[in-house]
Design a binder for this molecule. Structure first.
Ligand SMILES: Nc1nc2c(c(=O)[nH]1)N[C@H]1C(S)=C(S)[C@@H](COP(=O)(O)OP(=O)(O)OC[C@H]3O[C@@H](n4cnc5c(N)ncnc54)[C@H](O)[C@@H]3O)O[C@H]1N2
Ligand code: MOO
Ligand SMILES: [Mg+2]
Length: 402
């Protein structure tokens, strides 16, 4: 059997980054920047006030206090966005708003709370040292500075950074479009009625949601019966559109496991047993030289775990990012577990922080059909291939689920 790590290595070797696209900023959310971005100007672009108050000569107010205020004449108001150049001289001040340009001559701002708030004349009740409450031009970013490197995933803060340096469009590797197809003649659309032998399609929803959680754009393209021609046509139909295709079901040894039957020998598709539980039967490859196709096992927990272990790294590779495991912590095992020899075991569990350390309780019901136990879990407990027994109190590696 192939190891988990060998399968991941094959997936990464076959997955090429998507070509960059130039898009508007809000289309770039969760994209990965494909170019470095430099600031064309300083940020702040000009010295400006950090407070609503009065722009003063600090030397004029050096002796000001509650008991002996200093009175200054107010020459006028300066608001954020004012385009006129203002200037003051000693003995005068200007009322100024947060974000407004500091007038020439002034070297400090006195907040309005430390004054009587006057409009023609103002009593200043506190001294201000030079530079007080002035946000200096260039103190955040200097013109020419690289503010975002190529390869940065664009979250809200980075999108704000791009806008703040005046960028309207950027080159990104976009969020991959992931198409999810469920196979199985037993499947019924949730909301509909199940007849004898039928079940509702859980995988289509879980895998599409998992793709979205992983930063991709998930498209659930419905259910296909176990009919070889229908399965092949449905997958081929998506190839022009999808950046990555996921199917679930039909990859084991059954007489109706048609996914494996129709895709075997096409493109680089390979169907293998991977030494893991759950998720042993796996199919992966390229049908069109572009979009990776993952044929995941049908049991809902197997499909979900396979996504987290194999599809996630591929989604990162499509955006040109290095693989990164789910956040991993070491935890104390709250109850003993047994594990099959030779398989990497991903048990579902509940991770808690208790008395300054992590503790993990394996879920009741570790069958690969037991989606309830999965839904009540927040992590996967990883048990190595050569470990068969663990006791309460042992340290284990835990992958936190998103
Ligand atoms: N003789 C053997 N049988 C099986 C083996 C084996 O090695 N030898 N492996 C078992 C393992 S492990 C797994 S995992 C499953 C994989 O099954 P398939 O990928 O072939 O999937 P199906 O047969 O289509 O379905 C399996 C199971 O999952 C349910 N299912 C399928 N799709 C969905 C869905 N969208 N939503 C909810 N549930 C779904 C399906 O009804 C079956 O119960 O094979 C074992 N058998
Ligand atoms: O590999 Mo199957 O996923 O154990 O149930
Ligand atoms: Mg089967």
């Amino acid at each position: 059997m192939k190891t988990v790590d060998e399968h991941i290595a094959d997936i990464l070797a076959a997955t090429r980054p998507l070509p960059p696209l130039e898009v508007g900023l809000l289309e770039a959310v969760h994209g990965v920047l494909a170019e470095p971005v430099t600031a064309p100007v300083d940020l702040p672009p000009f010295d400006n006030s950090a407070m609503d108050g009065y722009a003063v000569f600090s030397s004029d107010v050096a002796g000001a206090s509650e008991t002996s205020p200093v009175t200054l004449s107010v020459v006028g108001d300066i608001a954020a966005g004012d385009q006129d150049a203002h200037a003051i001289r000693s003995g005068l001040c200007a009322r100024i708003m947060t974000g407004a340009p500091v007038p020439a001559g002034a070297d400090a701002i006195v907040p309005v709370e430390q004054t009587d708030g006057g409009t023609a004349k103002v009593a200043i009740r506190q001294a201000a040292e030079p530079g007080r409450y002035i946000r200096r031009s260039g103190e955040d970013v200097t013109a020419g500075q690289t503010v975002l490197e190529a390869g940065t995933r664009l979250g809200a803060a980075q999108i704000g950074m791009l806008a703040a340096v005046g960028r309207g469009r950027v080159s990104v590797r976009p969020r991959p479009r992931v198409v999810v197809l469920s196979t199985g003649s037993e499947l019924v659309e949730p909301g509909g009625t199940v007849g004898p032998g039928q079940i509702w399609d859980a995988n289509g929803f879980a895998l599409t949601a998992a793709a979205t959680e992983a930063g991709a754009v998930g498209f659930r393209q419905g259910m296909i019966g176990d009919d070889p021609r229908g399965v092949l046509a449905a997958i081929e139909e998506q190839l022009g559109f999808a950046d990555l295709v996921i199917t679930s079901g039909g990859v084991s040894m059954g007489a109706r496991d048609v996914v494996k039957e129709v895709l075997s020998g096409l493109g680089t598709m390979r169907f293998e047993q991977v030494a893991m539980r759950p998720g042993k039967p796996q199919g992966f490859g390229l049908l069109d030289d572009r979009a990776p196709v993952f044929t995941l096992p049908g049991n809902p927990v197997s499909a979900f775990v396979s996504f987290q272990i194999f599809v996630r790294p591929a989604l990162r590779a499509l955006q040109g990012l290095p693989p990164e495991p789910l956040p991993t912590v070491a935890a104390r095992l709250a109850s003993p577990i047994t594990s099959p020899s030779g398989l990497r075991h991903f048990l579902r569990g509940d991770l808690r922080h208790r008395d300054g350390a992590y503790e993990v309780t394996p879920a009741e019901g570790q069958g690969s059909h037991q989606i309830f136990a999965l839904s009540a879990s927040n992590c996967l407990i990883v048990v190595g291939e050569d470990v068969t027994e663990l006791s309460e109190g042992d340290q284990v590696e835990v992958l936190r689920l998103p």
